[in-house]
Unconditional design. Sequence first.
Length: 147
Amino acid sequence: MFDVKSNLFGILAIVGGLLMIVGVFMDWVVFDLGFLGTETVSGMEVLDELESDEVSMYAPMIALVIGVVSLLVGGVSLLGKADDMKRIMSIATIILAIVVVIFAFMFNGELSGDDFGIVEAGTGLWIALVGGIVSAVGGVLGIVKLN
């Protein structure tokens, strides 16, 4: 029988991974150009659209890769029984999720307005950030439950 309480790490890793993946395909940057309208850039378009040498511009790609890893780790965790392996996967998930959170904040810090309008973070950035936090919480709960 599937027990939600004992598989909470796997469930949260999957949910967090899905949120990160979905967030990458949503708007990461919103340009409010006043009477000219609004322009948005998805996470997948960030590398092409935004010209910057800042490392934080790789945040969407990092969120996508770590989201896929979190999804796979969560799935393996739900199927496996080995506590030692779950502990290692929990620690790895925490570290990777923290990387996503840090890069999302760095990316948000790079956004600034210009002479043409207001620039702000889009919904996808925040969803990917929440996905990183959910995965990290799942990793912590995986470790706490195993001890």
